[in-house]
Write a protein that binds this ligand. Structure first.
Ligand SMILES: *Cc1c(COP(=O)(O)O)cnc(C)c1O
Length: 296
């Protein structure tokens, strides 16, 4: 994993930005690795340390067939020399998709379970009880703690008024809140429809000093639900690529980045505020789109 490749990309002036004197930068975590990019690798660090100290026989975790978390976990375990098992939602396909092929290539043992069995996580954990379990999506305190390290890759991070990220489990957002300067706001864009337990899940991961602060989470930019998309989102992704050479993934970052543009237009931010968008990666997931959907 090459952390040296992470950089901040300034987004050149846009009509709406200049009118309100808003500046927007993007932290390119996606530049770390072509497949294993973004926030997932940060979230895994302390889990893997715990797995090693616990002397478990290996690591196990859950995910869907296109999961960024599954590939990242496979890769991180390979690097750390830890055997790992991925419990994959759904029957084993006759032909593996690119995500599953990568996970397998990195040495993960793939164990497919029906959608019904997948829901009963406790029974699955019992079945593999000598393994160290990481929650689906890396949700948890160790995950949020690992995310704090992202700040080390943001030169002069205190200058930003807003740090914006896409939100699934909320672990990344919790880590950003923990690591942010006192004057900074973290804004999370939920990519799951009607995820009403999200805020409570985020608060659960916050230390006392942050527990009572206002959480800025928006629930209106899921585009129909998790991993759902429509032509306008795809068009936005292609335009963003053309204008700024910024590749986005359709599950997370495109929705959050779209939200930022819509919010700027609607004066959500104050004049002269500086925004940093965390590009949390996930580009490998675009391989599930039909060919020629994207121009990058
Ligand atoms: C998993 C993921 C997220 C969401 O992270 P959480 O910590 O679960 O909220 C955001 N962006 C990308 C690209 C992801 O893969």
């Amino acid at each position: 994993m090459d952390f040296n490749d992470i950089y901040v990309q300034p987004i050149s002036a846009h009509e709406h930005f200049t009118r309100h004197n808003i500046s927007l930068d993007v932290l390119r975590l996606d530049a770390m690795h072509p497949i294993v990019s973004g926030n997932k690798y940060f979230k895994l660090k302390f889990y893997l340390q715990e797995a090693i100290t616990s002397k478990a026989n290996g690591v196990a975790t859950f995910g869907g067939a296109y999961s960024n978390h599954i590939v990242a976990c496979a890769f991180a375990c390979k690097e750390a020399g830890i055997p790992c098992t991925g419990i994959i939602r759904g029957e084993e396909p006759a032909v593996y998709n690119a995500t599953l092929m990568d996970a397998k290539k990195y040495g993960m043992h793939l164990h497919f379970v029906s959608r019904q069995d997948y829901r009963d996580k406790e029974s699955l954990k019992k079945k593999f009880n000598t393994l160290y379990w990481i929650n689906e999506g890396g949700y948890g305190n160790a995950g949020a703690e690992g995310v704090k390290d992202i700040f080390n890759y943001i030169p002069g991070f205190e200058k930003y008024h807003w740090i914006v990220c896409a939100v699934g489990t909320g672990t990344t957002m919790a880590g950003l809140i923990k690591g942010a300067a006192p004057n900074q706001q973290v804004l999370g864009i939920s990519v799951i429809k009607n995820n009403f337990s999200l805020e409570a899940g985020i608060r659960e991961l916050l230390p006392e000093k942050n527990k009572l602060q206002e959480l800025h989470v928006l629930h209106d930019f899921h585009f129909g639900g998790y991993a759902k998309y429509a032509a306008d989102l795809i068009q936005f992704m292609n335009e963003t690529w053309k204008k700024n050479r910024l590749p986005l993934d359709f599950v997370y970052t495109a929705k959050a980045y779209y939200a930022i543009h819509s919010l700027i237009k609607n004066k959500y931010f104050s004049n002269s505020e500086k925004i940093l968008f965390i590009h949390s990666g996930g580009l490998q997931g675009n391989r599930s789109l039909p060919e020629n959907t994207l121009q990058f």
